[in-house]
Design a binder for this molecule. Structure first.
Ligand code: UDP
Length: 324
């Protein structure tokens, strides 16, 4: 396992995978269509190809030129609301694109794939039970379904073609690498942490708190926030299990829930800024509480998240945000 192809390597999580792989001695090839990626996020030590999962020939050019040992697939559309408005766009990129990728991997004898999936594959979460990998899947939006279908394609293809896979279901990813100038950017960000920090910076007038009537201790939504560097670490650790022919599906979260109000207070402490907020109606489809059980990643991959405090997670995001 020497050379890894990172699709979507010019995006937020993909660019972290690139530097963390390089730091561990892997050779890295990046493939990105730069639709939502930024070439300045791609470490210069990686080799870059402009290609698109929906275009098999563009993928072929990469696999023809580079001997790839494993693929990490981060290339995808990720906006839930957009997926509701334009579902076929999501299925085409996130599901059909993965089918293309698998076909080309098989064509070139590449056996290992690490796939970026999401907690959005799970059905409606009621109550505050931790969500483990056996929790029923039943996505409530096309984004989650496009990822669940891709998971199924990968599992079926693994059986048929003898591939090994690690599928990671992300909870709420935030933060930025402390040693590199990479982080989350882009139009139309809807995630809580960057939005709070944009308010702290004065780029947004206020934070809209989506509902305070949930059945949670303070009435606002509770989520599991995980640092992007920890998240990517699990992907890299899993390359060793793939080498041994071990495939699996793993949740990636911290196992601790934080409410919107707790996140807001933590951000005020970190930024030492005013962060105006007001309660607005709850967002359609937002559950009260989603917290991961990630023991499987810990026991099988030997993974342990290092950023366990949300202050630390917010601080690294804030340091990146201030450089923008
Ligand atoms: N949230 C909020 N205001 C915002 C964005 C998010 O109150 O402007 C809440 C949202 O309802 C949820 C939590 O923050 O309880 C995390 O939302 P995010 O969109 O980051 O991730 P999700 O869990 O929805 O995938």
């Amino acid at each position: 396992m020497k050379r890894v192809l990172v699709t979507g390597g010019a995006g937020y999580i993909g660019s972290h995978a690139v530097v963390q792989l390089l730091d561990r001695g892997y050779e890295v090839v990046v493939l990105d269509n730069l639709e939502n990626g930024y070439s300045e996020l791609v470490d210069r030590r990686a080799k870059f190809y402009l290609a698109d999962l929906r275009d098999k020939n563009s993928l072929r050019r990469v696999f023809e030129a580079e001997k790839i040992d494993a693929v990490m697939n981060f290339a995808a559309y990720i906006k839930v609301g957009e997926s509701v408005e334009n579902p076929t766009m999501y299925y085409e990129n996130n599901t059909y694109g993965v089918m293309n990728l698998i076909d080309i991997m098989v064509e070139y004898g590449v056996k290992n794939i690490v796939f970026s999936s999401t907690a959005a594959v799970y059905g409606e979460v009621k109550g505050d039970k931790l969500v483990d990998e056996e929790f029923p899947t039943d996505p409530i939006n096309p984004y989650g379904m496009s990822k669940l279908m891709a998971e199924r394609v990968i599992a079926d293809a693994a059986k048929a073609y003898g591939l090994n896979y690690s599928i990671f279901r992300y909870f709420n990813v935030a933060g930025a690498h402390e040693d590199y100038e990479i982080g989350q950017k882009g139009e139309g960000i809807t995630a809580l942490v960057p939005i709070i920090l944009q308010v702290a910076k004065g780029e947004r007038a206020e934070l809209g708190i989506f509902g305070d009537n949930y059945d949670t201790p303070d009435g606002t939504g509770v989520r599991d926030y995980i640092h992007v560097v920890d998240l990517v670490d699990a992907h890299i650790l899993s390359l060793d299990t793939l080498k041994e022919g071990v495939s699996g599906i793993y949740n990636l979260g911290n196992g601790n829930g934080f409410s919107v109000l707790e996140m807001l207070e933590a951000a005020k402490r970190v930024t030492k800024r005013e962060i105006p907020s007001k309660v607005v109606p709850a967002r359609a489809g937002d559950p009260a509480c989603v917290v991961a059980a990630s023991e499987r990643a810990e026991s099988i991959l030997g993974w342990k998240p290092r950023y366990t405090s949300v202050e630390e997670i917010i601080r690294t995001a804030w340091e990146w945000e201030q450089k923008q």
